[in-house]
Design a protein around this ligand. Structure first.
Ligand code: SF4
Ligand code: SF4
Length: 208
């Protein structure tokens, strides 16, 4: 039986956070989504891992299936915000091979120290304004080829749970540092309307 694991939380430490990304990139084909998990009050990328696959428990925690069922899976409506202005887009050396067929220029890299040693981080935010080189109105990479950071990072505005759609209506402070989202269920029709409005606002066609 496959088991579910969530990536542990980033801390802001480069050494730890890039280690998490490195492990997540190795498990890219098992990634099933980024979830807000109310039981643990965290937003975390989740992997459905087949038996026999090595799991690094320094970076991953198991998640019971019933906990995942009550969680919200993030949805991206592809407004482009993450890819255009100051995107900060990058790809790790252990996933660069996924991009080989799509690259039209050499990439610069920076060395980053991680828990598993130094890692090359290649910059993709090379177009004007920090736009990602793969953005042409939308990402031109197939989903399974996208850098892990693009797959797991979400604005958390839109979500689904058990086939139903949700939108974030507020955020609540929990404890000193944590802020968690609050979602409201909406009909498919309402969801489409909210998304259309949101996309028009992002394109500057509508004032908030
Ligand atoms: S801001 Fe949200 S909807 Fe827009 S590209 Fe990023 S994750 Fe997707
Ligand atoms: S690789 Fe694709 S999803 Fe990632 S920043 Fe670039 S255009 Fe956006």
């Amino acid at each position: 039986m496959p088991r579910y694991y969530m990536l542990k939380q980033p801390t802001g430490s480069v050494k730890w956070d890039y280690f998490l990304l490195y492990i997540a990139a190795k498990l890219k084909k098992f990634y099933i989504g980024t979830y807000y998990i109310p039981r643990y009050q965290v937003l975390a990328p989740v992997f459905r891992i087949t038996p026999g696959t090595p799991v690094d428990l320094r970076a991953l925690d198991p998640v019971p299936e019933d906990v995942l069922r009550e969680s919200y899976r993030m949805l991206c409506v592809e407004c482009g915000w993450c890819c255009v202005r100051d995107s900060g887009a990058f790809v790790l050396e252990n996933e660069l091979k996924d991009l080989r067929d799509y690259l039209d220029r050499p990439l610069d890299f920076t060395w980053v120290e991680t828990l598993v040693g130094p890692l090359k981080v290649y910059h993709l935010d090379l177009d004007p304004g920090g736009k990602c080189i793969f953005y042409e109105g939308r990402c031109r990479l197939p989903p399974e080829k996208k850098p892990i950071i693009c797959l797991i990072h979400y604005c958390s505005l839109f979500a689904e749970r058990q086939g139903r759609k949700y939108v974030k209506i507020a955020a609540k402070r929990v404890g000193e540092k944590k802020v968690v989202p609050i979602y409201r269920e909406v009909s498919e029709e309402e969801f489409r309307k909210i998304v259309d409005d949101y996309l028009r606002w992002r394109r500057g066609e509508r004032k908030r």
